[in-house]
Design a protein around this ligand. Structure first.
Ligand SMILES: NC(=O)c1ccc[n+]([C@@H]2O[C@H](COP(=O)([O-])OP(=O)(O)OC[C@H]3O[C@@H](n4cnc5c(N)ncnc54)[C@H](OP(=O)(O)O)[C@@H]3O)[C@@H](O)[C@H]2O)c1
Length: 282
C-alpha cells in the first residue's frame, strides 16, 4: 500500500544521505539542477563544498554519520532551520559486504547492519515526525536487487537489503494514511565507487567454486554491465515526480530480470508444496 497522491511543493526540499558519492551525489546534483533545494548529509562534506559555490544557500552541507542518531537528529534540525520543511528523504547511504555467509565475521556483519539498516532507521526516526506533522513527504528507501534476490557471496548484504524491504512494506502501510509515500529503490549494478568500497570477508577454500567464482565473474564484467549513476538518479526523480509513485522501483533490466526469477522461484515453491502447506490447516 502507498499513499495515493504525491503532494508536490516547489521547490521541494530533499534530505539525502550518502550524498558525497555515486547515486547520492547524482541525486543531489539533479535535484539542485531541477530547482529543488537539498540538505546533503555526509560523513565528510568536503567533496561537496565545490557545489555550494554554484548553488549557494540552496545546498546545505551537514556532517552526519548515519550510525550516529544524535548527529542525524541535529542534521534534521539544521535542515528545518534552513528550509523549514522536508519533502523527500533519500535514505541512500550504504555499502556492501562480500563473502560467504560463513566467512564474514560477526564484526563485519554487525557493521554492515549498523549502516544499511540501523543507520536508515535513525534517519526514519528523525524525519518521520516532520513528515507526519506536514501530512506529506516521500521516503526513498535504499535497497537493491538484493532486497529480493541473492546469490553466493552477497548473503549478508542481501540480509541488510531484505531487512530494509521488510520494514518498508510495513512502514508504507503505516504512513500512507498520513499522506506519506514510501518507495523502495532497487538499483542493479551501477557504476559508482560501491565495488571499491566493498568490505570483503577472508575466503575459505570450500567456497572457491561458488563465492570466488562469482567474485571473479563480477571482476570480469564489462563496463556496459553497469548503469550510470545519473540514470539511476533520473529514474528515482521520475518516481518522486509521479502523482502515483510505486512501492518498489527496479532500476536496470538485468537486475529486474534476476529479481523476477527469484520471485517466480518463491511462487513455484508455494505452488509445488501447496499440499503440505494446506495439510497443516486440518
Ligand atoms: N552501485 C551499485 O551497484 C548499487 C546497486 C544497488 C544498490 N546500491 C545502493 O545504492 C546506495 C548508494 O551506493 P553507491 O553505489 O552510490 O555507492 P558509493 O558511491 O560508495 O556511495 C555510498 C555513500 O554512502 C555513504 N556512507 C557509507 N557509510 C555511511 C555512514 N555510516 N554514514 C553516512 N554515509 C555513509 C558514503 O559516504 P562516504 O563518502 O563517507 O564513504 C557514500 O556517500 C547504497 O545503499 C547501495 O547499497 C548500489
Amino acid at each position: 500500500m502507498n499513499g495515493t497522491s504525491n503532494q508536490q511543493t516547489h521547490p521541494r526540499t530533499w534530505l539525502i544521505t550518502g550524498a558525497t558519492s555515486g547515486i547520492g551525489r547524482e541525486l543531489t546534483l539533479q535535484a539542485l539542477e531541477s530547482g529543488d533545494v537539498v540538505s546533503a548529509l555526509a560523513r565528510d562534506t568536503a567533496p561537496l563544498e565545490e557545489l555550494t559555490e554554484v548553488h549557494g544557500e540552496r545546498l546545505l552541507l551537514v556532517p552526519a554519520d548515519v550510525r550516529d542518531e544524535q548527529a542525524v537528529r541535529e542534521a534534521v534540525e539544521r535542515t528545518l532551520a534552513r528550509f523549514g520543511r522536508i519533502d523527500v528523504v533519500a535514505n541512500n547511504a550504504g555499502y556492501g559486504l562480500f563473502g560467504a555467509v560463513e566467512e564474514a565475521s560477526d564484526a563485519q556483519t554487525r557493521a554492515v547492519f549498523d549502516t544499511n539498516v540501523f543507520g536508515l532507521l535513525n534517519v526514519l526516526r528523525a524525519t518521520l515526525p516532520v513528515l507526519r506533522a506536514q501530512r506529506s513527504g516521500h521516503i526513498l528507501q535504499g535497497s537493491s536487487v538484493y532486497g529480493q534476490s541473492a546469490h553466493p557471496g552477497v548473503g549478508l548484504l542481501a540480509a541488510t537489503k531484505h531487512a530494509v524491504e521488510g520494514l518498508s512494506d510495513a512502514l508504507a502501510a503505516e504512513v500512507a494514511p498520513l499522506g506519506i509515500n514510501v518507495t523502495i529503490i532497487q538499483p542493479g549494478l551501477t557504476a559508482t565507487p560501491f565495488l571499491a568500497n566493498l568490505d570483503v570477508a577472508p575466503g575459505l577454500a570450500d567456497y572457491d567454486q561458488t563465492v570466488r567464482e562469482v567474485q571473479k565473474g563480477i571482476g570480469e564484467l564489462p563496463a556496459s554491465a553497469f548503469s550510470a549513476a545519473a540514470r539511476i538518479a533520473a529514474g528515482i526523480r521520475t518516481a518522486v515526480d509521479s502523482p502515483n509513485p510505486p512501492l518498489r522501483l527496479a532500476l536496470g533490466t538485468s537486475g529486474a530480470t534476476g529479481m523476477r526469477a527469484a520471485l517466480e522461484a518463491r511462487i513455484a515453491d508455494l505452488d509445488s508444496w501447496k499440499r503440505v502447506t494446506d495439510a497443516v490447516d486440518r
